[in-house]
Design a protein around this ligand. Structure first.
Ligand SMILES: NC(=O)c1ccc[n+]([C@@H]2O[C@H](COP(=O)([O-])OP(=O)(O)OC[C@H]3O[C@@H](n4cnc5c(N)ncnc54)[C@H](O)[C@@H]3O)[C@@H](O)[C@H]2O)c1
Length: 322
């Protein structure tokens, strides 16, 4: 099939592009390189079935041309990162809504299947765990920027489902704390990559809050596996959780990474206020119900946390600047 991957030079997108090509598809990567990196695509740049286009998903003309030529669009391009939501809320809101609108409009014109990457953040602080895809969204006040990413992604989902009602084949996938090689390790990145970078450089591993908050970390290969399966027409019109159902506290995670990396870095606590400014609210736990993903997609995450962390640590060891 001919497949367009937006955000294909990013962390998850680049793994997806490699996997699609390895399964015989023709792939066009569309990325504006805001956080994507060219070297993440180094293994596929010479592949004759791969084409790279540097442009924004908000460029309707470019998106229209690409949508016309493909059978499936994986829409991963986005502005993310918890710190971005508090530091750059407008960038997050516009970066998640404008592009998705352009993608859906073009896809609808050509009846092209869309797989939209959403997030576990949409559940907000819903206390009913594990989260079912039909579960409620429970968020704080709109004046609190922390919720703008969850809100923008949820509005994107509303657009997806509105187009589904009009006949567009579209599937929503909600990623739960994906980690692995190439994850952004800056202050705008994910907790696993930040901890690994600190562990490998001997810097303090900073745990925000008291560290008892739990998350279900998902290795990128498992996440890509579910993402591939979401192409199937039987997934049309539905949302799917893609994560693991093995929670671990952030403090335990820090200890595990320190141990696996053979690091002497101290583990230090930092308040949410110090990390994100006043009024930041974190969820004490987040865990997906995987029943629907397992039954309909045949999704079965198989990489243990230890195995995934070791692969990620190895990658950072080989790729971190000295
Ligand atoms: N990593 C996670 O744990 C996680 C969790 C939930 C949801 N997601 C979602 O998965 C998707 C991929 O996230 P990621 O972790 O790989 O992040 P990433 O930042 O590595 O990838 C995003 C990519 O989108 C590109 N991009 C941003 N704005 C663009 C634009 N206007 N036009 C074209 N390209 C643009 C960036 O350059 C980057 O390559 C995102 O939609 C994100 O919201 C990720």
């Amino acid at each position: 099939m001919n497949i367009l991957v937006t955000g294909g030079s990013g962390f998850i997108g680049s793994h997806l592009v490699e996997r699609l090509l390895s399964e015989g598809h023709k792939v066009v990567t569309l990325d504006d390189m805001s956080t994507g990196r060219m070297h993440y695509l180094s293994q596929v740049m010479r592949n004759k079935n791969h084409k790279f286009v540097q442009d924004s998903v908000t460029n309707r003309k470019a998106v229209d041309k690409l949508a016309k030529q493909c059978d499936v669009i994986y829409h991963l391009a986005a502005v993310l990162g918890v710190k971005n939501t508090v530091d750059n809320p407008l960038k997050v809101i516009e970066g998640n809504i404008d592009g998705t609108r352009a993608i859906l409009e073009a896809a609808y014109k050509y009846n092209t299947k869309v797989v939209f990457s959403s997030t576990s953040e949409v559940y907000g602080k819903n206390p009913n765990m594990p989260f079912k895809e039909t579960g409620d969204r429970v968020l704080g006040a709109p004046s609190v920027h922390r919720w703008c990413y969850a809100t923008a992604k949820a509005l994107d989902e509303h657009m997806c489902f509105a187009y589904a009602d009009k006949g567009l084949p579209v599937t929503v996938i909600r990623f739960f704390n994906t980690y692995g090689p190439r994850q952004n390790s800056s202050q705008y990145g994910g907790v696993v990559s930040r901890f690994i970078k600190a562990a490998l450089t001997g810097e303090p591993i900073e745990v925000y809050g008291d560290g008892t908050q739990t998350r279900c970390f998902t290795f990128v290969d498992d996440c890509v596996d579910g993402t591939m399966k979401a192409m199937d027409p039987k997934a049309n019109g539905l949302a799917f959780n893609l994560g693991t159902d093995r929670p671990i506290s952030v403090l335990e995670l820090a200890n595990k990474i320190r141990e696996l990396a053979g690091s002497a870095s101290p583990i230090v606590r930092k308040s949410y206020e110090e990390a994100y400014g006043p009024g930041y609210e974190d969820m004490p736990a987040r865990m997906p119900d995987l029943t629907r993903s397992k039954e309909i997609l045949g999704y079965n995450p198989s990489v243990s946390l230890e195995e995934g962390l070791m692969k990620t640590i190895d990658w950072f060891r080989r790729n971190m600047p000295n």
